[in-house]
Design a protein around this ligand. Structure first.
Ligand code: NAP
Length: 245
């Protein structure tokens, strides 16, 4: 399979280029940086995008307009963006797009475990910790974890998470994502980490995942590259691709 990478000189994109080069069943036909012409991407079967939130939609329009399958790791996908991708896909029958806020297998497992645990605990909060060069907060992974945990709580008929706070400095309780508090830490030395803290009377459960190296995103991206050609339409997250749903 022929693969093109957008953001090929970036921290994650360069890892993906090396991994595609190493894979015996994949061939890197285009590694595109921000100053490069994109024409050679048209040779690819699948395009992987790890660029920037302000560039990714133009990239997707270009790729989907040419019938190229896409695997997208770039963050910043809210519902409006996802709707636009669905619209673009409606005009590109047979074409697949995988958008995942986190391609790490461990992070997908962490989210899955959090959803499994959510119905059993009265309290839950999320702490996400990243390097200080990250532009968005909270992280896409923590938002998605919070949304899925909130849905699991609703389905189980749980009351809102207890919280007696009446006065607080702005931001002290973190962001509120569907009733789940999400706290963002930024520090030099970190890569990408997340804790889901669950609490019930007399016990707590902490589910923690650490990405120490951007190599952790590679296996999930390669799974998506192989899967996307047989999955027309939009696939969100890698959970389904890993058989976790
Ligand atoms: P990075 O090191 O800044 O790399 C981004 C690269 O994209 C840069 O080399 C940049 O070039 C290039 N670029 C920007 N616009 C482009 C365009 N239109 N065409 C081609 N290349 C373009 O960032 P990163 O850490 O690799 O992260 C990239 C994105 O992936 C971010 O949104 C990040 O949050 C996300 N991310 C996702 C996951 C996941 O698992 N889903 C994991 C880690 C990171 P210039 O420097 O010349 O602008």
């Amino acid at each position: 399979m022929k693969v093109g990478v957008l953001g090929a000189k970036g921290r994650v994109g360069s890892e993906i280029c090396r991994a595609v080069d190493r894979a015996t069943d994949l061939r890197l036909v285009a590694g595109i940086g921000s100053d490069d012409e994109v024409d050679s991407l048209a040779l690819a079967d699948v395009v992987v995008d790890f660029t920037r939130p302000d560039a990714v939609m133009d990239n997707l329009r270009w790729c989907l307009g040419r019938g190229l399958h896409c695997v997208v790791g770039t963050t910043g996908f809210d519902e409006a963006r996802l709707d636009e991708v669905r619209g673009l896909l409606a005009d590109a029958p047979g074409v697949g797009v995988v958008v995942a806020p986190n391609f790490s297998v461990g992070a997908a497992l962490m989210t899955r475990f959090a959803v499994m645990a959510a119905p059993f605990y009265e309290s839950v909060e999320i702490v996400e910790l990243h390097h200080p060069d990250k532009a968005d907060a909270p992280s896409g992974t923590s938002r998605r974890t919070a949304e899925l945990v909130a849905a699991a709580r609703r389905e189980a008929g749980l009351e809102p998470v207890p919280d007696a706070t009446v006065t607080a400095l702005e931001g002290a309780r973190g962001a509120d994502v569907e009733g789940i508090h999400v706290h963002s830490v930024r520090s030099r030395g970190l890569v990408a980490h997340q804790e889901v803290l669950l609490g019930a009377a007399g016990e707590t459960l902490t589910i923690r995942h650490d990405s120490m190296d951007r190599a952790s995103f590679v296996p999930g991206v390669l799974v998506a590259v192989h899967a996307v050609v047989a999955r027309p339409g939009l696939t969100l997250g890698i959970e389904e691709l890993l058989g976790l749903d």
